[in-house]
Design a protein around this ligand. Sequence first.
Ligand code: PLP
Length: 369
Amino acid sequence: MIRKVRFVEPAKVYRMIKDELDAAYFDVMSKGDLIDRSQLKTFEKHLAEYVGTRYAVGLNSGYDALHLSLRAAGVGAGDEVIVPAHTFVATCSAVVNVNATPVLVDVARDFNIDVDKIEEAISPKTRAIIAVHLSGFMADMPRIMEIAERYGLVVVEDACQSLGSSINGRGAGSWGLTGCWSFYPFKILGGYGDGGAITTDDIEVDRFIRRMRYNGEDRETGEYHGHGFTCLLDNLQAAFLDVKLRHLPAWIERRKDISEIYQLGLHDIHDLLLPHYDKPGFDHVYQNYTVRARQGNAFSEYLKKNGVEVLTQFRKPYYKHKALNLVDRGFSETEALSREVCSLPMNVEISDDEIAYVIRTVRSFYGLS
Ligand SMILES: Cc1ncc(COP(=O)(O)O)c(C=O)c1O
């Protein structure tokens, strides 16, 4: 029988920390604490501390975090915003949905925006750069901040895939005007449903986003400051996330250990590019372990057929979807990696036996023992 290695197993994580999650559930349920109660405030405090910012505001999703960040920055019609050509579509949709124009820029070998190509995409209309930190590895923030300062641009960090990563000890989500977080279940800090947040050092941004998540209302005065949205982080999710956040430092260490085991087992395969980069000071937390296999679909299909669940995000770049109506200026690195990407199972619930099975299966595809 073919063995199955799942990409993630939320039920297994639940069993690992069942007592703590059950206690959080009992606390919320027994008090009837459903919307914007102490559990949300506590989680926001702990998230801000963890990221290294003054404030954190819990939201419905990572998309909301991006969308409200752009609104907080005053980005709107007539503005251009630079976004990477290789990212989850939500990064770009947030720009379109504030009536601004996304200007796409190709990525580099580490899957993040190619900093050398940012300046040629800047025009007099450019207002902001969304720096995406993909898979647990940060975009080059020192250089991006330097460019943004020189051109007077706002920087928003799409850190949805990189909670816990850092450059020279400074955390993802603490560099730009805001850091945007997703707690979608597959994320490094995944909830039991959708969730998101922003982090910021700017008290005005904190206040603006707190009001916007509550239909524009200042909850203390009852005054509406504009037309807003209903997009608070659910209180029960906040309670669960607070439990999981306590485990995150140890879980990141486990992810790093797994990445080393993969590296040891796969480094001699010439047709496989592994996600280990020589960038001193950059700390990879391995939200995803995304390899590039020259054999593309043949490789990923072989793994699936042999019971290894993998993700191939994204075979078709988002700007190739006609209905999105985006300008394809030709992004050679994005197109090459899109044919080759394959994320292997990477999570804290995977066993050593399962990791060994993944490695054996990859090697057998290449005819190696
Ligand atoms: C890079 C990136 N940006 C934005 C998002 C949007 O987050 P959400 O699904 O919580 O809206 C995600 C995750 O799905 C993501 O990976």
